[in-house]
Write a protein that binds this ligand. Sequence first.
Ligand code: MLC
Ligand code: AMP
Length: 508
Amino acid sequence: MDNCNLFAALRAAFPQDLDGIAVETDTGLAYSWRDLERGTAMIANLLASLKLEEGARIAVQVEKSVEAMMLYLATLRAGYVFLPLNTAYQKAEIEYFVGNAEPAVVVCSPANFGWVSKIAFQAGTHHVFSLGDARDGSLLERAARHSDRHQPIARRDDDLAAILYTSGTTGRSKGAMLTHGNLLSNAEVLKTYWGWRQGDVLIHALPIFHVHGLFVALHGALLNGSRILWFGKFDPKRVIERMPDATVFMGVPTLYTRMLAESRLNKVVARNMRLFVSGSAPLLLETFNEWKERTGHTILERYGMSETVMLTSNPYEAKDGERRGGTVGFPLPGVGIRVRDDEGKDLPAGEIGGIQVKGPNVFKGYWRMPEKTKEEFTADGWFKTGDVGKIDERGYVVIVGRSKDLIISGGYNVYPAEIEGYLNDVPGVAESAVVGVPHPDFGEVGVAVVIPKPGARLEPDKLIASLKSQLANFKIPKRCFVVDQLPRNTMGKVQKNLLREQHKALFA
Ligand code: MLC
Ligand code: AMP
């Protein structure tokens, strides 16, 4: 049986000359392909020395660094399951993820070692390492004692490679289980579809704890043996400065609007670029058009999610059609997409309904949630994305909304139910509603509307401060209002659409 280990496929694509530069960082470091080969081998050997059980989870909450990327690759190489966590997550959030996933190994920032290790040990994790963004921490110290040779562990197509937590509509996060086959098949399709070629250089400026930065961007470059210009944090000025040395860029819409705000963005700096990809949130037509005018390039918008990796893409080749702003393009080769109404009837072109998908990229299910998994699939095996849209007459998929109550802010997902749960726990709060409203920088942001209990006095600033002490910063509503009542329909249900309408111009 062939080894379907994703790492083995990525490794096979490294250039012949391992001494060439693989990654250049914004801090002035250069890593060769040999560095990646040896570094991942040493970390994989360290993991192997821990004698973990089959399918062990390696949970990682660390700042972005090339070593953090190597830890991901080493986890695949050693045959374990990678569980990346947003660095913004706070104590209660980490407690939930670690409690739910029961990782065998937890890796955290040196600065967080005290509280994270306590949570991990309480959850029964035996191994806690630290990894900083300046090559510091116990993980690398320990890995340095291991051999720099390692044979990738054999994995089957449907063996787990990663678990990505995505928030649920009820406020409880679910771990999407992705296999080596899901990730590799998607990366291979994108390599061809987006025309990855020799000489490509990727600007990598996204976080590496979500699908876009960890899989789409990283696998794209590695599977093509392409050099990466690595940014620890997105900085529009510095990215524009390096643009002449690059050919491919991937970002969420906020990254594009922030670069458009820079006077130095023009056709000259973008002259060597061949592809700008946008996704994770809707790209405004205005941004799409302005980008074309300023740089001469047409952004290619694509659509995906944690459970499915990439689903659709606007065409790369002109012969396949034009890139149409406001659409997410065609289903990728091998991906099935259909639009159905609430009764489960297929809708014809142009009609709006729930988007359902199928393909080798679709995940295996939610970690330890068989019932939830069952609910999200149709009887004939299609995954219900929760996105609402249509397929137009020419076959382009257009997303018009979401049936899931979700806010996408700067490319991060925020589930109102989770925030409302925290607000409702604040003494004096009777009820709350969180809605998404348009925002010029983040696309959409949360606004909280809170009802006090009779006689209670609530101050918006204090409510926000209370949330800040418990939740990841991107989940914090940008404004909070204390009011006497919420708009309701005749059934007593809060009419969030009216709240959204009422507050839609807050940040205009
Ligand atoms: C930061 N803040 C945010 C935020 N990011 N608020 C709302 N939404 C966000 N995304 C908060 C900060 O905590 C701070 O609050 C204030 O807003 C200003 O922060 P900033 O300094 O401007 O933020 P910055 O650190 O520059 O981060 C912005 C960003 C980042 C856009 C660079 O959010 C980012 O990297 N987003 C990309 C997310 C991503 O990779 N998504 C892909 C998901 S995969 P305060 O109160 O502290 O001042 C997926 C599937 C698919 O969806 O299809 O790809
Ligand atoms: P996540 O759970 O973080 O993977 O987010 C997935 C969700 O992001 C999808 O279900 C969509 O709602 C949204 N999304 C991703 N790409 C796009 C896009 N190009 N346009 C609109 N929404 C998108």
